[in-house]
Design a protein around this ligand. Structure first.
Ligand code: SF4
Length: 260
């Protein structure tokens, strides 16, 4: 089996709060979020053997307690299943960063106990398909890597299903929204997302994270000049989310992670 591979960070403390992890980046994603920071990973195949990636995990094993699969979109590729199995057999915890578009694969991993924590994007209010489509770059992506294009409504349905699966599995769960001035992250947007999470997610240990998008590294060129949302602005949004949820954090370039 081949892996469409983008790279490895041998020891990362940024991808799973509180853990040292080896992070494996998968290439390819069905979305084209205008603010995407990992856009060099979106295009083109760079196929490697499964054993090549296993070796990367094994080499880091003495120094880490977890592996994080990120991307791109890791759940897009069948190789995630044997890789997660390999990591679990080595005694590592497994975390998965996902845009939520692959609920079936998330369910398979959860059922087989091959994952310990899901980190799922909630890119926009789940009751606003127009905005969700805009933030996911729906107009910009076509038939990518033979993946059938999902409508914004289908993306939302998949994200909801993935969150439901993660919630029902009782695993650790982080939901995250990346905020970019004038695109996503108004007070109304965050109110709507936090209210949805509060009403639908049963796991009261769920963490909701507001991430500071960095416009200068965006996929979409005209976004690169937009002024970054300041820490104080994120804190204010965090306070709004806190009105609905027990565990809220902000993540900024200046201060890293802070509990609200
Ligand atoms: S930010 Fe969007 S386009 Fe970029 S990897 Fe994540 S889901 Fe894909």
């Amino acid at each position: 089996m081949k892996v469409n591979y983008a790279g490895t960070v041998s020891i990362s403390t940024l991808d799973w709060t509180g853990k040292a992890a080896v992070t494996i980046f998968f290439r390819g994603c069905p979305l084209r979020c205008p603010y995407c920071q990992n856009h060099p990973y979106l295009e083109g195949p760079d196929l490697v053997e499964l054993d090549f990636v296993k070796e990367k995990i094994e080499t880091s094993k003495p120094f880490v307690s977890a592996v994080v699969f990120s991307g791109g979109e890791p759940l897009m590729q069948p190789a995630i299943v044997p890789l997660a199995e390999f990591a679990k057999n080595l005694g590592l915890l497994v975390g998965i960063h996902t845009n939520g578009c692959y609920p079936e694969r998330a369910a398979e991993l959860a059922e087989r106990k091959l994952v310990d924590k899901f980190f799922i994007d909630v890119k926009a209010p789940l009751d606003d398909s127009e905005l969700y489509g805009k933030v996911a770059g729906w107009k910009e992506y076509g038939e990518i890597n033979s993946v059938a294009k999902k409508t914004p409504e289908e993306i939302i349905a998949a994200v909801e299903k993935t969150i439901e699966t993660a919630d029902a599995s009782g695993l650790e769960l982080e939901l995250r929204t990346t905020v970019i001035r004038d695109l996503i992250g108004s007070e109304e947007d965050i109110t709507s997302i936090a209210a949805w999470v509060s009403g639908r997610v049963k796991n009261k240990g769920v963490t909701y994270v507001l991430q500071q998008g960095i416009p200068e590294h965006s996929l979409q060129e005209d976004l690169r000049k937009i002024r970054v949302l300041e820490r104080e602005e994120l804190l204010k949004l965090g306070e709004i989310a806190k009105g609905f949820l027990g565990k809220v954090m902000i993540r900024t370039k200046e201060e890293g992670e802070e509990i609200v």
